[in-house]
Structure formats: C-alpha cells, structure tokens
Write a protein of this length. Structure first.
Length: 209
C-alpha cells in the first residue's frame, strides 16, 4: 500500500501521487496527477530549470529547458526565447467592431522584449444570424495594420456555420515592434448584423532583445 508524500524545498511544495498497482487500476493514479510542483505566492524566478554542467554544483549552469512562473517554456538552450500561448474569447459585439475597435490579445511586453506571433487558431461558433461586411482578420501589433500571421477571410466569418481556421506565420519578413501588445484586427471595415461568437488561440515567442 502506498501513501501520499509531500516534501518542501525552500518553500516549494513537491507532491507525489500514489502508484496504483492492484487490479484494473494499474498505472492509474486514481484521477490524481503523477507529480505536482506547486509554486509559492509571488513567484518570479523560473519554476523549473534543466541546466548543463557548466556551473558545477552552484546551480548556475546554462539553461537548457525552463518553465517560468507563468507556464511559458524556454527550450533548446535559448532562455531568452520563450514559447507561449494565450486564448481569448470573443463576443459577437467584439467581432462586429474588429476594425474600429481591435480586441487586445496580449498586453504590451516589458521593455527590451518583443512578442512574435507564430500561429493562430480562430474558432467561430455560429449563432442564428450571419455577419455582413468586415474584412480579413489577423493579429497585428497594437496601433498597426500589418498581419502577423495569415488571415481569416471575411467570407469565413460571414458564413452560416461554425468554422475553425488555422493561420500559420506570415510569409516574408516582418518588422518586430518591441514592448508592444498584440490586437485582433479586421482589415477594411467592421462587420455588422451577426451574433456568432469566437475563440482565438495565439501561439507566440516572447523574446528578449
């Protein structure tokens, strides 16, 4: 019989769940996580790091992999480039005014950093009335109009059914704006009349310049 264990290291709670080896529950942690690292309040340093041996036992080696306090991931020995994701729900009213009032997907990053969108998933849930008008929808830097990924066609948003559109990185070079947020923007004009809702998932790199 296995019991649950918890150990604290410098205010960090590490909790292990029991391994179920009897009967049909073998390999099933009874609905519990296999392991949990619980951060203390106001954590700012990385939650987890894997380092190389250059720092010896000092714990100051080069970072090969890290998870920061917000769950963003640094991989491949590039701690200045974190892989991130954000998801934002859209009301019908927000979709209608995406040209005149773009929706904020990400607030401005800190000074000396930049957000680089790499892909977007646009999910449209059809209501009962189609949108009209509008333009191609894409993420842009706040205050700008240049698409940072490929775009969702206005015709897709005007459609009479739900739609799921994956937009990959923009083709060609794009000038990066430091310390600037990301908005969802409709080119050309606002939409009108519709009542569908949506969800935007944006994958991006947060890079220290």
């Amino acid at each position: 019989m296995f019991g649950r264990m918890a150990t604290r290291f410098q205010r960090l709670l590490v909790r292990l769940s029991p391994f179920k080896s009897e009967g049909t529950q073998q390999g099933d942690y009874a609905g519990l996580q296999m392991a949990v690292i619980q951060l203390p309040p106001n954590q700012t340093a990385n939650a987890l790091e894997i380092q190389d041996s250059s720092g010896g036992y000092s714990g100051q080696g080069n970072v090969l992999f890290a998870v920061d306090a917000s769950g963003n991931i640094a991989i491949g020995g590039s701690p200045k480039a974190k892989q991130c994701c954000v998801q934002v729900a859209l009301t019908a009213a927000q979709i209608t005014t995406l040209h005149s009032a773009p929706v904020t997907l990400l607030a401005a990053s800190a000074a000396g950093t930049a957000i680089i969108p790499t892909a977007m998933l646009f999910e449209l849930t059809f209501g009962s009335a189609q949108f009209t008008g509008g333009g191609a929808v894409s993420p842009v830097y706040h205050g700008a109009t240049t698409a940072l990924t490929s775009s969702v066609a206005a015709a897709t948003i005007q459609g009479a059914s739900s739609a799921y559109v994956f937009c990959d990185a923009a083709t060609g070079p794009t000038v990066v704006s430091a310390a600037t947020g990301i908005d969802l923007y409709a080119a050309s004009a606002d939409f009108a009349a519709g009542d569908s809702t949506g969800v935007v998932t944006l994958w991006y790199t947060l890079i220290t310049l």
